[in-house]
Design a protein around this ligand. Structure first.
Ligand code: JCF
Length: 677
């Protein structure tokens, strides 16, 4: 091929790769398959090595890092990099608003605010001269930072050369470099596989990755940058509103936060805060608050600064998700299948927006791993809806009086023997249905929404029923009389009638619910459904041999063994008989002709947060269409339904090239299958 043609090919590769990069890393809208991108990149690199004179500093091939440095240079910020004033509650926000309206008298009406999540990363400055990236620097103390140019060049969402036209000759763009949660998870997984040290959180991982003297290491780290303001601007001008400036930056090639919005008035700011705070855990990156800025730059100028923070902006912080407190004691809870869980009793502490006085310690391995002792100062974490956890011990503060945690030798509730089964982390009470704790938990499970759905039969009532000796197993629920119920605390005529009606109504059920409600070990909703479908009726199921059980999807030797134990236990069969005698019934189901189900033979995975549907319902719908729903992604996975906050499963699906759909597309798919949500 003539050199002129090669040069033309080279130019169009550069342009295509640049555009694809922008679409992928800045807009989050990939337009070409990864394979196509990789092919173009390989071709570009081949041409660059054949014609080194064509190689440019801002070529998309130059993201791999260069020679290691011995130290970072220093950078002085011509325009200081500010920090933000904080607000912690509505009152602080009102005060902020009052200060604004006092200073801007002629703007008594509601001001416009630009709002965006406050990313928990590292603040950096990028300097472009004539549209080319000249220098990247950390914020440092706001006046001097470190020169991390080599490192920032490896980050794909940072343009090496600005797109389009009309940018100022000198343009300093500021923003946050952060590591998305999914990237953090896979980085830590890789470290764990190699037996290397893991990072505590995405922020530390981002900081550690930027602090590398060897930029080839940084190049391997999943970092992103999101821009939020400008510093030095010379030889050109920008729009007159914060939000418009961001739009302009995006057009020039920078990633900006897709959640950012403009609202009017402080009440709208508070609404935005509430909204985002509900979605905090499902965002793909960590945030620690919301930033509000007066949108008009002219007003910002009038407002000016106090000390090191602008008067025209504020960061409303979320409640901290980790706090320190003291471990007062460890108690042991007995679950439905007898598993004994150590529970930390804590000096109450406000964390993640609520007061926490208990946290799970999971099991003995976890207690050993934490090396936690009673009396220790511990760090407690509560994030979103997850149950509070003890994440670590502050060993420096350990008192000589701290005491080791001792695990019980007998069940703390029924005094039966306790065993630790081979290969299991859990201790288990062997009391079975004799144990009041297990009785309560079994009834709670039986009455729960996805099992018998007995309205009004809550935890408190179950406690009383068992403690008063009125009920010891689920079968006895249906022999309760109104007089029985009226003897209980806080049960009046009306609630007794309601409960009896709910019990009556619950008798009409379905086979999958019935199987699930029995609480057979390892038989969750999905397995119950598979069993029901496979055998069609209770009689065939309960008479099935181990070999027949093993033919059912999802049933392996362990589950088959639990089922066999259940069907051979006289007391279990007695409970079933009494339930049926009491009138519990269900229609037998047609054994589903597997071929007619659209997703028969496929395995799906559901991950992340599904806002409309919830994960449980999504799974139930998939199963109704014949799919198997698995907990992990493998080459056998047909498709992954991924909501926001999806982590390592999504990463793996992408690595394996498995189809991924979001909730919207999934809902559309369900609708096409005649399932309306
Ligand atoms: O996301 C952030 N961490 C963030 C930090 C966002 C902003 O809009 C900021 C900031 C720090 C200073 N704005 C300023 C002025």
């Amino acid at each position: 091929m003539p050199v002129a043609d090669l040069l033309q090919e080279f130019e169009s590769l550069l342009e295509n790769l640049d555009t694809w990069n922008y679409q992928y890393y800045v807009l989050d809208q990939p337009t070409v398959p990864d394979a196509e991108y990789d092919r173009a990149m390989r071709r570009l690199i081949a041409l660059e090595s054949q014609y080194p004179q064509w190689q440019r500093a801002d070529s998309p091939s130059q993201r791999v890092g260069g020679q290691p440095l011995t130290q970072f240079g220093q950078v002085t910020h011509d325009v200081p990099m500010l920090s933000l004033d904080n607000a912690f509650n509505d009152q602080d926000m009102q005060d902020f608003n009052r200060r604004l309206s006092d200073r801007l008298k002629e703007y008594a009406a509601d001001l416009e605010f630009a709002c965006e999540p406050k990313l928990d990363g590292i603040a950096v400055s990028l300097l472009y001269r004539g549209g080319t990236l000249q220098r990247g620097a950390t914020r440092g103390d706001g006046t001097t930072g470190e020169d991390i140019t080599q490192n920032v060049r490896t980050i794909r969402s940072i343009p090496l050369r600005l797109r389009g036209k009309g940018y100022p000759h000198l343009l300093e763009v500021r923003g946050e470099i952060y590591m998305p949660k999914a990237g953090f998870e896979s980085l830590n997984n890789r470290a764990r596989e190699r037996g290397e040290k893991t990072f505590v959180n995405p922020r530390n991982a981002a900081a550690g990755s930027l602090r590398q003297l060897d930029s080839r290491v940084t190049a391997e780290r999943p970092l992103e940058m999101c821009c939020y303001s400008v510093g030095l601007v010379e030889g050109g001008s920008l729009p007159d509103r914060q939000a418009r400036v961001l739009e302009r930056l995006q057009n020039w090639g920078f990633r900006i936060n897709s959640e950012s919005a403009v609202v009017r008035g402080i009440d709208a700011c508070n609404e935005y805060y509430q909204l985002l705070s509900g979605r905090r855990d499902s965002l793909p990156y960590d945030i620690d608050g919301i930033v509000f800025k007066v949108n008009e730059l002219e007003l910002q100028k009038q407002l000016g600064f106090i000390a090191r923070a602008p008067r025209w902006a504020i960061a409303r912080k979320f409640p901290a998700q980790e706090e320190m407190t003291r471990l007062l004691d460890v108690e042991f809870q007995v679950g439905r299948t007898g598993v004994i869980t150590p529970v930390a009793r804590l000096e109450p502490v406000f964390v993640g927006g609520v007061t926490v006085s208990n946290a799970t310690l999971h099991n003995r391995d976890e207690v050993d791993r934490l090396d936690v002792r009673i009396g220790d100062t511990v760090i407690v974490r509560r994030a979103g809806d997850v149950i509070p956890q003890v994440v670590s011990v502050v060993v420096d503060r350990r008192s000589p009086n701290s005491q080791a945690v001792s695990f019980p030798l007998r069940c703390p509730v029924c005094q039966s023997a306790v065993e630790r089964e081979e290969g299991e982390a859990a201790l288990r009470c062997m009391g079975g249905l004799v144990c009041a704790a297990q009785q309560k938990a079994a009834i709670k499970h039986f009455a729960s929404r996805r099992a018998f759905n007995i309205e009004g039969l809550g935890e408190k009532l179950i406690e009383q029923l068992v403690d008063e000796g009125l009920v010891a197993s689920v079968a006895e629920l249906y022999t309760l009389s109104k007089e029985d119920l009226l003897t209980l605390d806080r049960v009046g005529e009306k609630s007794a009638d309601n409960l009896l009606a709910a019990l009556q109504k619950s008798k009409q059920t379905t086979l999958p619910r019935f199987i699930f409600a029995l609480g057979i070990r390892e038989v969750g909703e999905a397995t119950a459904l598979n069993l029901a479908r496979h055998f069609g009726g209770w009689v065939t199921l309960s008479a099935a041999s181990e070999r027949q059980l093993l033919e059912v999807d999802d049933v392996g030797p362990i589950v088959a063994d639990h089922l066999r134990q259940f069907f051979h236990s006289l007391s279990s069969l007695e409970v079933v008989k009494r339930l049926c005698d009491a009138g519990v019934n269900w229609p037998d189901i047609k054994r589903s002709p597997v071929q007619n189900q659209p997703l028969a033979g496929q395995t799906w995975v559901v991950t992340g947060k599904l806002v409309t549907l919830g994960r449980d319902d999504a799974k139930a719908h998939l199963q109704a269409l014949g799919a198997k729903v698995a907990g992990s992604v493998s080459l056998k996975t047909a498709c992954v339904v991924a909501g926001p906050g999806a982590g390592s499963k999504l990463v793996k699906a992408n690595e394996l090239g498995i189809d991924v759909v979001d909730e919207q597309s999934f809902l559309a798919f369900l609708l096409a299958e005649g399932i309306k949500v």
